[in-house]
Design a protein around this ligand. Structure first.
Ligand SMILES: C[S@@+](CC[C@H](N)C(=O)[O-])C[C@H]1O[C@@H](n2cnc3c(N)ncnc32)[C@H](O)[C@@H]1O
Length: 302
């Protein structure tokens, strides 16, 4: 016998309670316009937990034993839409200008470590795109700036002495698992041209699997952007299409945290519908050929 389905219409007070709880937990803000969505997801979770009222469910969410259910609810509320090579003009700015400048800057200082963070990575297309673009960019840079280090055989994706680490994080364990697996169906591959398919993917049945050498550059981890303990010392942060679900106060807090998570003069990339305008004056905007990035400003006392 299936679980009886419960139909719950949230009162204004109940909606407020749930909104506040979600906001406190992960920063996502569900205003009246998204109340329907919230209601729909609540309905699904009531069915899954076989609870029959808002208050019994709310009590579970706020109890110690309810931690797993809270995670499931949050997973049901996140929007995980993503794609390979999303916002190409911005990625071109990243590859051809920002990353190239970073390599020169680092080489001058004989600092060979590069650390990039994809915050809110969903099913992995963003960090894997970055890994592919970085591998191409470094190979081309190396061609023009060879270094007196022995090249191992077979030639690695990242030429020595450079070391690249891409940290990819999300609040949703299901998408992190899919990202870690790194296999994609044909319809996920729209933005991937044939050169990249040949160089960076293996065909396994009807799926495309990210090659091991690319996977090794990316490290997946759980991080909730609402918390204060976030990965430090990044040269570049990508946080695209995540802040859009936060309210202005939370966006300001997050941008401030990103400032602290970046190395001096590090770069922040946000989604094409997002901007740092009105949120901070600690970054300078770089805009080129329809791509936008933000660079951390260094001021005395920071
Ligand atoms: C629309 S996807 C964007 C994926 C990718 N950055 C892109 O632009 O294609 C937003 C992702 O942000 C994650 N997210 C939402 N709130 C978060 C939070 N508080 N902490 C970490 N990740 C969060 C979601 O789980 C989701 O996978």
């Amino acid at each position: 016998m299936g679980t009886p389905s419960v139909s719950v219409n949230l009162t204004e007070a109940e909606l407020k309670l749930l909104q506040t709880l979600i906001y406190q937990e992960c920063g996502m803000y569900f205003d009246e316009r998204r109340a329907h969505f919230l209601q729909d997801r609540l309905q699904r979770r009531l069915k899954a937990t076989a609870l029959d009222s808002f208050y019994s469910y709310y009590r579970l969410l706020t109890s110690h034993e309810g931690k797993a259910e809270l995670n499931s609810l949050l997973e049901n509320l996140t929007v995980n839409e993503t794609s390979f090579f999303r916002n190409k003009p911005q990625l071109d700015l990243f590859q051809k200008t920002v990353f190239e400048d970073l390599l020169h800057w680092k080489q001058e200082r004989r600092d060979w470590n590069i650390r990039i963070w994809s915050a809110g990575c969903s099913t992995g297309q963003e960090p894997y795109t970055l890994a592919m673009m970085i591998a191409d960019a470094l190979a081309y840079y190396y061609l023009r700036n060879p270094l007196p280090f022995e090249m191992p055989f077979p030639k690695p994706l990242i030429p020595p002495p450079w070391k690249v680490e891409i940290l990819a994080s999300d609040i949703n364990y299901s998408v992190l698992r899919a990202a870690q697996e790194g296999t994609y169906l044909e319809h996920h591959m729209d933005g991937v041209d044939y050169t990249a398919r040949l160089r960076y993917f293996d065909k396994v049945g009807d799926k495309y699997a990210i090659k091991k050498s690319v996977k090794e550059l990316v490290h997946f981890d759980f991080h909730n952007l609402k918390t204060e303990f976030l990965p430090q010392r990044n040269d570049i942060i990508f946080c695209r299409n995540v802040m859009i679900y936060f309210d202005e106060a939370e966006q300001k807090r997050l941008v401030d945290k990103f400032y602290r998570c970046l190395n001096p003069e590090g770069y922040l990339f946000v989604g094409h519908a997002e901007s740092l305008f009105g949120l901070t004056d600690k970054f300078r905007m770089i805009h080129k050929d329809n791509g936008t990035a933000y660079q951390r400003l260094e001021t005395n006392g920071q």
